[in-house]
Design a protein around this ligand. Structure first.
Ligand SMILES: [Zn+2]
Length: 174
């Protein structure tokens, strides 16, 4: 799913589909620049040099603090997650054109959901760039886990059990 603007991408889903809590920008481990929102601007700040790229969420006007980073392309990921129930996230991949000071591409690359029934905990995650979807099925009583991967498909966020049924249908053919 692609978006025309960063503002539109952030409005894609503002509350958790399961607990209805507000979704938040997550810290991404190992990421060099953690995105944060301040005064209606999103900042990608380098932890050591403190240099940043920032984008106005309404106008898309871009500011670059680094004198070295004024040309070319900059890629980053933006993870949106539910900090309350921890059962939902999506990750945008962004491509900045630093020369033109525009965002050339904003799309959802990953989504993930977690849910359970009386016997199992399920985690379903997909990735556009890896062209796959993964199901982790954990038997609650023993903690035994099975991980199975399939070619990419969208997750039915509102009813993830539908996606689970589709994947379990595919297991029969493995
Ligand atoms: Zn939630």
């Amino acid at each position: 799913m692609k978006f025309n603007s960063l503002g539109a991408a952030l409005r894609y889903r503002e509350t958790c589909p399961y607990c209805k809590n507000n979704l938040e920008v997550a810290r991404i481990p190992k990421s060099t620049a953690h995105p944060t929102v301040m005064n209606n601007r999103m900042y990608w700040r380098e932890p050591i040099t403190n240099e940043f790229i920032s984008v106005d969420l309404d106008t898309e006007e871009m500011e670059i603090s680094s004198k070295d980073r004024t040309q070319g392309t900059y890629y980053c990921a933006l993870k949106i997650t539910c900090e309350l129930c921890d059962s939902y996230y999506h990750v945008f991949n962004l491509k900045f054109n630093l020369t033109n000071r525009t965002i050339e591409c904003i799309e959802i690359n990953n989504q993930g959901v977690e849910f359970c029934d009386s016997d199992y905990e399920y985690s379903i995650t997909n990735s556009k760039s890896f062209e796959k979807i993964a199901l982790i099925k954990r038997y609650i009583k023993t903690g035994d886990e099975k991980i199975i991967e399939f070619p990419y498909m969208d997750i039915d966020i509102e009813n993830p059990v539908n996606t689970l049924k589709r994947l379990e249908g595919l297991i029969a053919y493995l």
